[in-house]
Design a protein around this ligand. Structure first.
Ligand code: HEM
Ligand SMILES: *[C@@H]1O[C@H](CO)[C@@H](O)[C@H](O)[C@H]1NC(C)=O
Ligand SMILES: CC(=O)N[C@H]1CO[C@H](CO)[C@@H](O)[C@@H]1O
Length: 419
């Protein structure tokens, strides 16, 4: 099996465990065919932007070191720093051009627009680990976990390169794609998933799972009453889940959907000035999402941007911290993991056990420490990526992932995988 050409083949492997899926009326198995899958992901439906000027992230200077994180190594883990620093013009906002790749992640889009990541959107593992620390004071542990998931699932584990959006395999892969397609962060059911805050579900939107949707942003704003805190995010995520059951015949909410609760926590833990010490208000959130009010109850989009006079959170945001937020949001509205069986309002629970997820549920006794180890399992094990398929990690990806994550997770007492 070739690198990254995964879901289709493993579907057959599991067919005997799920004989009912193939015969479910309305399941269009051609959607899983690789050609169709890739065509639908391309941007805008056919081509992925290509900027001949690939410059890499703006280097950090002695004068403006932020946390001092460089070359993918830990920085000081001390935040409370103004970003971009006054005078650090190299990291001032530069709008993305038509040749620059942006995708479903406002945190990374903003970092790229400020040249903390390569402005063309073809970034690297080291740029990702440095930028998360220097811009947001993401803890080194969580920065490595997210960069490993991104590069491992959607990019190239050999070159360490990743596209922030669409498939740019010829530019991320060392072999020009001989090993298979590298979808970038737009890749569906790898890292990206259904029920996003401001992005459409993949299937009902013909594959537009990455562009900012102003209707969804307005729904999030209304549910949040302009305060984007844990309570609001829990409620809005539940609302999006119900919406997907009603509107997306191919809705899938698998174990990796736990990552989306983590992303939702970034609104109140990473985006406010000084993080949790600041306020996740509309001005702040709309700036990072690039949301511009049209004055008519909906929102247009311009480049995702760090708000003016903004400071990073003081204490690093670590894996146990995000574990705590994930479980708090989940337990506020416990939902079944699973998916629709090819028609709307036809949801079935995931019947495979994955980690502590059993009968499609996380037990109510789940702790933040359990989530920490579950995050390790999400990164290092073959995870169900639909009701009938399991995403198999190719050996190169598994080796890469384990080499990055074992040194981090050995501190958290999780059972570790070896090869
Ligand atoms: C290497 C690091 C990271 C990677 C690979 C990554 C990747 C992603 C991906 C694939 C999504 C789409 C998930 C979905 O389907 O909704 C996403 C969403 C999101 N990310 Fe990131 N991310 C990273 C770091 C960050 C950071 C540091 C922040 C904030 C400071 C951030 C903020 C968000 C938010 C708020 C969303 C939700 C957007 C929405 O649902 O509309 N991310 N990220
Ligand atoms: C934005 O989201 C709404 C609500 O889910 C949907 O009806 C609409 O088609 C989406 N717009 C675009 C342009 O995708
Ligand atoms: C196809 C299948 O076996 N579905 C079952 C999954 O688990 C739920 C909850 O236990 C059952 O109701 C389904 O019949």
């Amino acid at each position: 099996m070739t690198l990254h050409n995964l879901a289709l083949l493993s579907a057959f492997g599991l067919a005997s465990a799920f004989p009912w899926v193939a015969s479910v009326p309305g399941v269009d198995s051609s959607l899983f065919h690789r050609d169709v899958f890739e065509k639908r992901q391309s941007y805008p439906y056919g081509s992925c932007p290509n900027n001949p000027q690939h410059t890499g992230a703006a280097p950090y200077s002695k004068q403006y070191p932020y946390t001092g994180a460089v070359n993918g190594l830990p920085g000081s883990q001390k935040g409370g720093i103004q970003v971009p620093a006054p005078g650090d013009t190299a990291h001032y906002y530069t709008a993305p051009g038509p040749n620059d790749i942006r995708g479903p992640c406002p945190g990374l889009n903003s970092a790229a627009n400020h040249n903390f990541l390569s402005h063309d959107g073809i970034t690297t593992f080291a740029e990702l680990v440095d930028a998360q620390q220097n811009v947001y004071n993401v803890g080194y542990d969580l920065a490595v976990l997210l960069a490993t998931l991104g590069v491992g699932l959607d990019g190239d584990p050999i070159t360490g390169k990743l596209s922030l959006g669409c498939d740019a395999t010829s530019r991320t892969s060392s072999t020009g794609g001989l090993l298979g397609a590298e979808p970038g962060l737009n890749g569906h059911n790898k890292f990206e998933g259904d029920t996003s805050l401001t992005r459409n579900d993949f299937f009902p939107s013909n594959g537009d799972n990455y562009m900012f949707n102003g209707t969804l942003f307005e729904a999030m704003r209304q549910t949040s009453n302009n305060v984007f805190d844990r309570t609001a995010m829990s409620k809005y995520r539940y609302q999006r889940y119900q919406q997907s059951i009603k509107e997306n015949a191919n809705f899938y909410f698998g174990p990796k959907s736990l990552l989306l609760y983590g992303a939702a926590s970034f609104l109140y833990e990473l985006f406010p000035s000084y993080g949790p010490a600041g306020t996740a208000d509309l001005a702040t959130i709309s700036s990072f999402f690039g949301a511009v009010s049209t004055g008519q109850g909906t929102w247009a989009h311009q480049g995702d941007r760090i708000p003016p006079n903004w400071f990073s959170r003081v204490a690093p945001y670590t894996i146990p911290d995000v574990g705590n937020e994930i479980i708090a949001q989940y337990l506020a509205f416990p939902v079944l993991f699973g998916g629709n069986l090819g028609s709307t309002n036809n949801f079935d629970g995931l019947n495979t056990t994955f980690g502590i997820i059993k009968d499609g549920k996380l037990p109510s006794s789940t702790t933040a420490a359990d989530i920490t180890c579950l995050l390790y399992q999400l990164a290092t094990e073959n995870v169900p990526s639909s009701l009938s398929t399991v995403l198999e990690l190719p050996l190169e990806v598994l080796e890469f992932t384990i080499s990055k994550l074992n040194p981090i997770f050995k501190n958290y007492g999780c059972p570790l995988r070896t090869i």
